[in-house]
Structures are given as structure tokens and as C-alpha cells.
Ligand binder design. Sequence first.
Ligand SMILES: Cc1cc2nc3c(=O)[nH]c(=O)nc-3n(C[C@H](O)[C@H](O)[C@H](O)COP(=O)(O)O)c2cc1C
Length: 206
Amino acid sequence: MLLDPARTPGPEMYRFMISAIVPRPIAFVSTRSADGGTNLAPFSYFNAVSSVPPLVGIAIVDRTGDPKDTLRNIRETGEYVVNLVSEPMLPAMARTAGEWPRGTSEFEVSGLTPAPSQRVAAPGVAESAIRFECRLHREIPLGNSFFVVGEILLAHARDDVLTDGRVDPVKLAPVGRLGGEYYSLLREVVKEPRPRISRSTGSPLG
Ligand SMILES: Cc1cc2nc3c(=O)[nH]c(=O)nc-3n(C[C@H](O)[C@H](O)[C@H](O)COP(=O)(O)O)c2cc1C
């Protein structure tokens, strides 16, 4: 099969890309509006983009003239929290992704618990084992999305997902997004060492 974007309708290109580029991590983003309402929504166009300073990016698809509440709130306040999604949170996370009317708090809809943040006004999700309190670094229009880059002001990691001070993927039990309404769970972790090569001579390093 070949897909030529010039001849492929946007929704079909979208379905192909989200089924093929998998699994994707999920940023479960909590925000607060200027008038104090809270909002929570998942975004799987998400990744780390820099570590000094620590920056994470999410792409929020444009709904022309009617930005998603997450984008609207980030524009209003310049702040948000990226919460990571672990296996027990999956059903609650999916509930937040309905097109709830503006003003609905997805914390109430999902039964998840707001956790106070230290550096931003937006609450985090108490059930989330890892949370990043973020300040908006830059918003970049890209195609039919707005790429929202946030600087991590404070990272929280619950002790029970750590082994020897590092995040243990088995304990974290991250959920990945596949196409449609499918998700992946972590069932096995494998190690595959990289070759250690001297860049100047090309020979293996002891
Ligand atoms: C697992 C998952 C991942 C999603 N990823 C994205 C994404 O990367 N970008 C996006 O614009 N919408 C994404 N969505 C859809 C939004 O979550 C959805 O439009 C949500 O209602 C937006 O909420 P808000 O208006 O409260 O911001 C995703 C939905 C799910 C269930």
C-alpha cells in the first residue's frame, strides 16, 4: 500500500498515522482557566524535546475558531501539569476524552483527584505516579496543530515507581496509545546494549 498525502483525505491520513506510529506516550494535561475552573484531557502527540532546560511538547489539533479547553487555558494562564498515565488510570483517562461542554471539570467526570501543585496554579492528578509542573515556553503553529512546548518547573515521582532512585518501567506500568480506541500495556522489558565505539578511530571501546 502507498499513501500519497496529496491524494489522501486528512482524516484517512490521520487514521493511518495514529495506527502506525505506535505506541505513543500519553500526556494527561491538567489546566486551570483564568476564572479558576479545572480541565483534564489526554494528548498522545507528546514527547520530551530537550533536557537542558527540560522541555516537553504536545500537539493540540486545531478546532478552527473553537480551541480545545486545554489550549484555551494554557493561553490564558501560561501554566499546566503533564501527568503520566499508568495502567489503573486507563478507564478514568478515557472518560475525560469525551467532548464535554466547556466548563465541565473532567476531574468530576472521571472521579480522579486533584493534587495541589507547588509552582503552578493548575492542580495535578493525585493518582498519577509522575507529574510535571510546566510553564508555557512556546506555542508553534504546525499544520493543523499547535505544538505547545512547556518547560518543566518541577517533576514529581512517587517513591513506589522507583528502584534505586530511577523510574522503574515495570512499576510505572505506562499506558501507550495505539490507533482508534486501543492502548498498549507494558508486558515485557528487554535490554539490547548499544555498541560502544570510539568516534575518532571507529574501534570498539573496552
Ligand atoms: C488517548 C488519547 C490521546 C489523544 N491525543 C490527542 C492529541 O495528541 N492531540 C489532540 O488534539 N487531541 C488528542 N486527543 C483528543 C482530546 O483528548 C479531546 O479532544 C479532548 O476532548 C480535548 O479536551 P479539552 O477540550 O478539555 O482540552 C486524544 C484523545 C485520547 C483518548
